[in-house]
Design a protein around this ligand. Structure first.
Ligand code: CO
Length: 237
């Protein structure tokens, strides 16, 4: 019994020990700086000069789906917003501010909503347990479920149903972005802006393109296609 208790304690200690100590993170930073400047002595000088990323990434906060690594891009190439389960809610000032800056100041050409299989947020939204304040955030995903309940309820395997909800959630968030005046006004001004939906398979690392890339309001219900301020002024003349 004593041995088992000791073993349990040891395991507990092992699992509660951080993989990276605070000091190791700082050491990691100085190692990274050294690596970068060894390869290119002007690396940080160039990085500090400014950014002109062509991609806005809206992904999940999950630590396994970092935008740069997944797309094999470098610092300076992807503007990033992440939250639990890559939700794009039209009253989220944080998301809207990032979107506005990316579209209207940085003039990004691609907005990518990147969901991922094995998403804890989506799995929690499929259940009935209370998790605290996050339940209010997960409501957005429950709404996606409600929209597609006729399809999802037919999938008896829980994991497959969760995978499908991950895909449908990413698609719905693409449509949510396309419904914003930010995206719609940009489309009236330029024809080089697309909104895409992806799902990352964390078991393989590979991205599944959901093939719902949008560059106009054609895929939206008519009620969501808004007239621009210029169009409104024209009809009043
Ligand atoms: Co997730």
């Amino acid at each position: 019994m004593e041995t088992l208790t000791q073993q349990h304690k040891e395991n507990k200690n092992k699992s509660s020990q951080p993989k990276h100590t605070y000091e190791q993170l700082l050491k990691g930073n100085s190692d990274w700086v050294k690596n970068q400047t060894d390869k290119d002595p002007q690396y940080f000088e160039k990085l500090a000069a400014g950014q002109s990323p062509e991609i806005l990434w809206i992904g999940c906060s999950d630590s396994r789906v970092p935008a740069n690594e997944v797309t094999n891009t470098k610092p300076g190439e992807v503007f990033v917003h992440r939250n639990i389960a890559n939700v794009c809610n039209h009253s989220d000032m944080n998301m809207l501010s990032v979107l506005d800056y990316a579209v209207n100041v940085l003039k990004v050409k691609h907005v990518i909503v990147a969901g991922h299989y094995g998403c804890g947020g989506v799995a929690a939204a499929m259940g009935n347990k209370q998790h605290g304040i996050i339940d209010n955030w997960l409501r957005h995903i429950k709404d996606v479920y409600r929209l597609h309940a006729h399809e999802l309820d037919l999938i008896s395997d829980n994991a497959l149903r969760a995978d499908r909800l991950v895909e449908l959630n990413a698609m719905e968030q693409v449509f949510n972005l396309c419904k914003t005046t930010i995206i719609q006004n940009a489309w009236k001004e330029r024809d080089d802006l697309e909104v895409h939906g992806w799902v990352i398979n964390i078991r393989t690392g590979l991205v599944k393109d959901l093939n719902i890339s949008c560059s106009n309001t054609d895929n939206l219900g008519k009620i969501f296609a808004l007239e621009t301020i210029a169009e409104k002024a024209a009809t009043q003349v």
